[in-house]
Design a protein around this ligand. Structure first.
Ligand code: MN
Length: 716
């Protein structure tokens, strides 16, 4: 087939060793896959990938990229699968095609918005092989060239706007000046046809005035250089309508005032020739002051090099002249793609990430601060991940960010009320680390509050500080509530009437801001109830009763528990805040308990028979009467720990678990602590409602013949 031979010929021009068979197979594969599909123009669909492949050969890219261009729409638009491509063309091409397919699936917002910047970054982040991005740009270029065939005006405008805001700036950033200008001008044609028509009408008029003006000037320039003894290739062109329009807009000038609509290129052999050509130009024509730029000695950061000057040239025309070597010309035309050509023959020791590194290097050195990567350093870029809301809003987060970080990025209130997340439509744990392009839907509840445990996995400062702020406030409120309860209880024991007023003096003595502040310090264990009473009633001696109690210590305290009204109810527990359940004895609702005040930590609750209580025997002032306050709104699940010795025989472990399950216990952890030929010993953590529930389970286990011993674990 003729077109197939054409394509092969174009690749052979720059790569004599190209794998012909590979190209031919890709050609056939795409042709068959697209089959009878048609474009809106009426052309067979296959003409599109073929044209895209042609654009890729203009960039002189390798065979893998040409093949990718041929296959780029097969996975998305035909029955072909990535697996098939992997089998037929290998992993590299499959990866490239997959990359282009993923870029094509991205939905870019219709409204022009500050998010355009984020989208450009996202496209780059997802193009971990630069060839993916180049195929995507070539795809867009062909779609723009054929945009007028698209029948729906809305669709045309959306594509044109995307091109103007996302793809043209991307092309410029990677140094593809021609690509950028053509994309812009095609978008301009759709978005502002009137303006473009006025520019082209004026250009037509000028062209009629001096027919072949560009040709005549080109050949005179060439002649001038030749007379000076310099061989050069000179070409001229009108600037594109959009470039002219932009200049008119930017400088606020009319078309008549805009004189240099023509640009000329002088291509010479060596860098020295560049300056010689410049000297010959300036010797023959007047230069326009302030327009000379030397990007040869100081290249642009996207590696563009040329000498620019503006002259009152042949026929008194004001013209812009760009002088460069052949190599500089290639780079100016093809940007990163040209750069790749020069390097592709070098030993590829860096592996497949070389591409992205080169791109990032270029981007990192982007010179124009108001463009693309302002304030964005290389490391930041690699450390970012871009995710969408269901509405299509895009958020840039640091790499490692989770659904909770995302929620806080959207709004603090969204973060505070998060209960769950759907990632790409599926329910996912809140700690899930997000990936580029994820769509994240946050499920919220008004009843939710930030969870202290979130702090373990959030990575953004915004999320962390919001969680900390909340936890701190909560903690303070709990300490304050606990402190008030402690004081009330001690007042009663001393036979005094509790009132805030009675504490006025103590507030002053401890320089507390308010009475709540004093409560919080008592609750946190920073100030003892005794100290508060002494400060509140200065000069009064400690009561006889208190001295007695101090002497009798722990044992007598366990007796006083019976006066239930004196104990401090434990409720609304938030683990890790004002009240902690001791890890040594695992107290459960229903157990007899006692609280120990710990400085800076609040109260730790132990069972009354916990062995570790001996450590506090000499500090009776730290003991608190506490009791369970189990109501409908208290947490109904507690974890109890049991030690089980099982006979080592088939079915014994399943007997253990089924007895627990039958008794409505839920095993939350299971650990083998000892193993002999005859017996296994386990520590089992069981979620239960209260102490009675746990005793029922223990009793049921003891009734099973496979269980040798079953004991609830208390003490260390
Ligand atoms: Mn396409």
């Amino acid at each position: 087939m003729n077109r197939q031979a054409d394509l092969l010929e174009r690749v052979r021009e720059y790569d004599a060793d190209v794998d012909e068979g590979l190209l031919a197979r890709a050609y056939d594969f795409s042709l068959k896959a697209h089959g009878a599909q048609r474009r809106e123009s009426g052309d067979p669909y296959f003409s599109h990938p073929l044209e895209v492949a042609g654009i890729i050969t203009d960039m002189k890219l390798d065979a893998a990229t040409v093949v990718t261009a041929l296959l780029h729409d097969t996975v998305e638009d035909t029955l072909a699968t990535l697996d098939q491509i992997d089998k037929e063309f290998g992993a590299e091409i499959a990866r490239l095609v997959d990359g282009v397919t993923k870029l094509s699936r991205l939905e870019i917002p219709e409204e022009s918005s500050p998010q355009a910047e984020n989208f450009r970054k996202l496209l780059l982040a997802m193009s971990n092989d630069l060839r993916v991005l180049l195929v995507k740009l070539a795809d867009r270029l062909h779609n723009m060239r054929t945009l007028h065939f698209v029948s729906k005006p809305d669709k045309r405008r959306r594509i044109a706007r995307e091109t103007m805001e996302i793809y043209a700036p991307l092309a410029e950033r990677i140094g593809m000046q021609d690509m950028k200008e053509e994309l812009e001008d095609l978008a301009f044609l759709e978005l502002n046809p009137e303006a473009r028509r006025s520019v082209t009408a004026r250009l037509d008029f000028l062209r009629e005035q001096g027919s072949d003006l560009v040709e005549r000037i080109s050949s005179e320039l060439q002649e001038t250089l030749k007379t000076g003894g310099l061989g050069a290739w000179v070409s001229g062109r009108e600037k594109r309508p959009y470039s002219i329009w932009r200049k008119m807009e930017r400088k606020n000038i009319s078309f008549e005032q805009l004189s240099d609509v023509m640009a000329f290129r002088v291509v010479v052999d060596t860098v020295a020739d560049c300056y010689e050509a410049l000297g010959l130009m300036h010797g023959s024509y007047s230069m326009v002051p302030g327009r000379f730029k030397d990007y040869v000695s100081t290249p642009k950061r996207n590696r563009y090099r040329s000498v620019h000057t503006t002259l009152i040239g042949p026929e008194r025309q004001r013209i812009e002249v760009q002088i460069r070597t052949r190599e500089m010309h290639e780079v100016a035309e093809l940007g990163v793609a040209a750069h790749w050509q020069y390097k592709q023959n070098q030993v590829n020791a860096e592996g497949e990430y070389r591409w992205i590194r080169e791109l990032l290097e270029i981007l990192d050195h982007a010179s124009n601060p108001e463009e693309f990567f302002e304030h964005t350093k290389l490391e930041m870029f690699q450390d970012q991940v871009f995710c969408f809301t269901p509405r299509g809003d895009l958020y840039a987060l640091p790499r490692g960010a989770t659904a909770v970080d995302f929620a806080y990025a959207v709004h603090t209130e969204v973060g505070d009320t998060t209960v769950g997340a759907k990632i790409n439509g599926r329910i996912a744990p809140l700690r899930t680390v997000l990936e580029n392009g994820d769509q994240v839907e946050i499920i919220r509840s008004k009843a939710q509050t930030p969870q202290p445990t979130w702090e373990e996995f959030v990575v953004t400062g915004k999320a962390r500080s919001a969680i900390r702020r909340f936890v701190r406030n909560q903690e303070r409120a709990q300490y304050s509530e606990l402190g008030r309860a402690i004081l009330e209880s001690v007042f009663r024991q001393e036979g005094r009437t509790f009132s805030e007023k009675a504490l006025g003096n103590a507030v002053k003595v401890f320089a507390a801001k308010a009475v709540e502040d004093l409560y919080a310090r008592v609750g946190e264990g920073l100030v003892s109830a005794r100290q508060v009473i002494d400060a509140a009633f200065p000069g009064e001696k400690p009561s006889r009763r208190r001295r007695l109690r101090a002497l009798t210590g722990a044992f007598s305290r366990s007796k006083t528990r019976k006066g239930g009204d004196k104990s401090i109810p434990i409720r609304g527990l938030i683990p890790g805040m004002a009240v902690h359940l001791a890890a040594c004895c695992h107290p459960l609702p229903g157990d007899r308990i006692v609280g120990i005040v710990t400085e800076g930590k609040g109260v730790t609750v132990h069972t009354i028979d916990c062995e570790s209580l001996e450590n506090f025997a000499s500090a009776p002032e730290r003991w608190l009467d506490v009791s369970w306050d189990v109501g409908p709104d208290s947490p109904s699940i507690q974890v109890g720990r049991i030690d089980v010795v099982l006979t080592n025989e088939p079915g014994s472990l399943s007997a253990l678990t089924s007895v627990i399950a039958k008794n409505m216990g839920n095993i939350s952890n299971l650990k083998i602590t000892n193993r002999t030929p005859d017996f296994f010993e386990f520590l089992v953590d069981v979620e239960v409602g209260d102490a009675k529930h746990l005793s029922n389970i223990v009793a049921a286990l003891r009734a099973d013949p496979m269980m040798q011993t079953v004991t609830r674990v208390r003490g260390v």
